[in-house]
Design a protein. Structure first.
Length: 745
């Protein structure tokens, strides 16, 4: 629907623009798309004629034509990059142009499109009202649009379009960057991060993920970069060295980027992403055109954001490596081994688990140093891998303990033993090593991986008790015994905390005169039901658990206070003997605890005697001698308990500086026993040797476990000085001891 006034005077477009028009672009590759919407064909021709050869912002114009609002809407749906629409108001309907504007904005979401509304009936839609109600760029009557004014209006619209598009691109680019940073920052592997990098970088540049390659910069300078992620035609090169890339320009661009550790923007785009550790990756982009300044700025922001994400991925990878890999031998550690056991438990038939412990490894470390020790471990691991083959998982569970998991045919003592048949050479030292093994057969109802490792540990301990280099399979009996020990240990802790442990005292008697010279303090455990737990059951548990230190200090303090009361009750000459465990003796707080006990109880050091076993001397002898010298300086006496059951030499015995030797009850029990071959009472040759040794060293001797008069007489005849046992008195609480002393003055 047109009127004579709707027609633009074509003659108005004939004069040249002179200096007001921009020069035409010389075959510009890009165009501004301008849509002419009018139901008058003359308007189309006149507009195109008026703007022929014109370039705006360095780009030529490309004209599209629609003769109705419906045709324009369809064309808009098909082409998303139309910059300006020169739109007639009155076409198939009086408000067709205005309704089209609303559809373009609201239905198609074309916010960047600039609309120049042209009308031949200015009175139909008032200019101010139209601009206020509709999102348009300009509103002109057709009679106003001379060539210069049309160019001016179109230039303003295109500049506005370009700014809006730039803002939208910036916003979209930043959204991609934020999204990429969020998504890739959560990746938990370098390859997955690199693959995501390819996808996100493609989206940012608006290109297909084709021809993008990420190459990993090696940590080792002698290693070669490898392709860790690729897309499109380069996909088959993943995990291969960069030098395998056939395209020389791509290969050289990536190499330059990795060497320079910086972006390469020309002639091809290659971005570098680094981490403070020095590691980095380069991403090559096969872009068809030069990167625009806006895209360059977005790429800088993208690179900075991705470098942070890259650092997080590397840090996570490092944490995983430390959590699941042994750093010395580069094999699974205990955590990973537990996971592997769980995986194998899905099909446990014919699978065995073993813990292998290198015998006397601590001695190798102590005598030859940790460097040699590390080489021995590497050699052992290499031997095991060679002998057992790829079907067996090898892991490092502890310092010198390996875990084996695989078919029973491979994980067996006979095959493993062959791994250590040859000598091992480390730092010029040739040595033969052996290993002790504990094994467990996996079953359908086997406990979880961590529990299976505990079972293998029990079997390993059992094997060590047999001999070094032996092996032992886990049995249900071992589990029962272990659980019983744990139950007893928990009960012992509870008994100590709840004061159900108490100290009993057994008198020591001069065999010549019958005079009481002292007493030995002995720990006792009475259950709630009145029954007793034998000391030989709970004391070894206390020693292995470390609880013996607290128990030993409790006995020492209690005995000193009991001795103080006895001295004040009229027995000033009594001596108190207190057993000291090897664990307690080597504790750093041992000497201060002795001083505190004596001071708190107000007992003279000369009235206290500490009993140690020969096994104490098997520790660091120099340290032991320093502690004993300090005790002697204080005035505390020392007795060697259970003498004859250990392996100390006479030279060590002299160095210990003890005042008394205690004959073990096993040797005292031999006294007076009938010799079946000779038909007479045995004379206790070992007990006699101990007495003679004590005499030669100037030491008093104490016979333990004296139960019969015959044993007392034989010990007295041998020259033994002191006796202790049921013949004289049973161990008793402190108050009963005082009554016993009163009856036996």
């Amino acid at each position: 629907m047109t009127t004579p006034d709707d027609t633009i005077d074509a003659d108005a477009f004939v004069p040249l623009l002179d200096d007001e028009a921009a020069p035409a672009g010389d075959g510009a590759a890009l165009h501004w798309k301008v849509l002419i919407v009018d139901d008058d064909e003359d308007v189309h021709q006149a507009t195109e004629l008026a703007l022929r050869g014109v370039a705006i912002e360095g780009r030529a114009l490309q004209f599209l034509h629609a003769h109705s609002a419906a045709e324009a809407l369809a064309l808009m749906r098909a082409q998303a990059d139309i910059a300006v629409a020169l739109l007639d108001v009155v076409m198939e309907a009086e408000d067709a142009g205005l309704r089209l504007v609303r559809q373009l904005r609201e239905d198609l979401g074309r916010r960047a499109l600039r609309v120049v509304l042209r009308t031949g009936q200015p009175g139909y839609a008032p200019e101010i009202e139209t601009i206020r109600s509709y999102d348009i760029n300009d509103y002109k009557t057709k009679s106003e649009l001379t060539r210069v004014r049309l160019y001016t209006s179109l230039t303003a619209a295109i500049r506005s379009y370009r700014q809006i598009v730039t803002l939208e691109q910036t916003r979209d680019g930043l959204e991609i960057i934020v999204s990429a940073s969020h998504q890739l920052g959560r990746q938990r592997g370098l390859q997955r991060f690199a693959e995501g990098l390819v996808t996100q970088l493609s989206a940012l540049l608006g290109v297909q993920p084709e021809g993008l390659v990420c190459a990993h910069a090696p940590v080792d300078p002698y290693d070669t970069p490898r392709i860790i992620a690729a897309a499109g035609r380069f996909r088959e090169l993943i995990h291969r060295p960069l030098e395998d890339l056939a395209s020389a320009p791509v290969r050289e661009t990536l190499a330059r980027c990795l060497d320079a550790r910086h972006h390469q923007l020309e002639p091809a785009l290659c971005l570098y992403f680094s981490a403070p550790s020095g590691r980095g990756i380069a991403a090559y982009v096969d872009a068809a055109a030069r990167v625009e300044p806006l895209d360059q700025r977005l790429l800088e922001v993208f690179s900075a954001s991705m470098s942070v994400a890259f650092e997080n991925v590397l840090l996570y990878g490092q944490l995983v490596d430390y959590a699941y890999q042994d750093q010395l031998l580069r094999m699974p550690n205990r955590n990973r081994f537990v996971e592997l056991i769980t995986e194998r438990q899905r099909a446990p038939e014919g699978v065995a688990l073993a813990l292998l412990d290198i015998d006397d490894f601590a001695a190798i470390n102590d005598t030859l140093g940790h460097v040699v020790g590390d080489q021995v471990l590497r050699a052992a691991a290499q031997r095991l891998q060679q002998v057992l083959g790829p079907e067996v998982v090898l892991a490092r569970i502890g310092g010198d303990t390996f875990g084996l998991l695989g078919p029973e045919a491979a994980v067996n003592p006979q095959l493993v033993e062959t791994a250590f048949a040859e000598v091992v050479e480390a730092q010029g030292e040739r040595m033969r090593i052996s290993a002790t093994m504990g094994l467990v057969r996996l079953q359908a109802d086997s406990p979880p991986g961590a529990e299976l490792i505990k079972d293998a540990h029990l079997a390993l301990k059992q094997a060590k008790q047999i001999r070094r280099g032996s092996s032992c399979y886990f049995s249900e009996r071992m589990g029962v015994d272990a659980r019983e020990r744990m139950r007893l240990l928990r009960s012992l802790r509870g008994a100590f905390d709840e004061r159900r442990l108490y100290v009993a005292y057994q008198p020591q008697v001069d065999l010549g005169t019958g005079r009481v010279v002292g007493a030995e303090a002995l720990i006792r455990w009475r259950r709630d039901d009145g029954s007793f737990v034998p000391p030989d059951r709970f004391i070894p548990l206390a020693e292995r658990s470390g609880l013996i230190v607290a128990i030993g200090e409790f006995v020492l303090r209690t005995a000193c206070h009991a001795l103080h009361r006895l001295h004040r009750s009229g027995y000033p000459g009594l001596r108190m003997s207190v057993n000291v465990s090897k664990v307690q003796f080597t504790d750093p707080d041992f000497l201060p605890s002795v001083v505190r006990a004596l001071q708190d109880a107000r007992v003279e050091p000369q009235a206290l005697e500490l009993e140690i076993t020969e096994s104490v001397a098997s520790e660091d002898l120099n340290f032991i001698l320093r502690v004993l010298a300090e005790l002697r300086r204080m005035g505390v006496a020392l007795a060697i308990d259970d003498f004859g059951t250990g392996y100390s030499s006479l030279s060590v015995l002299r160095q210990l500086g003890a005042q008394r030797l205690k004959i073990d009850r096993a040797f005292v029990n031999e006294l007076g026993a009938v010799d079946a071959e000779r038909g007479d009472a045995g004379q206790g040759s070992i007990a006699r040797m101990v007495v003679d040794l004590g005499r030669s060293l100037g030491l008093e001797t104490v016979g333990e476990g004296v139960e019969t008069l015959a044993q007392r007489e034989l010990l007295t005849a041998m020259g033994c000085h002191i006796g202790q046992g049921f013949l004289f008195a049973h161990p008793m609480p402190a108050d009963e001891l005082a009554d016993w002393l009163a009856r036996n003055r």
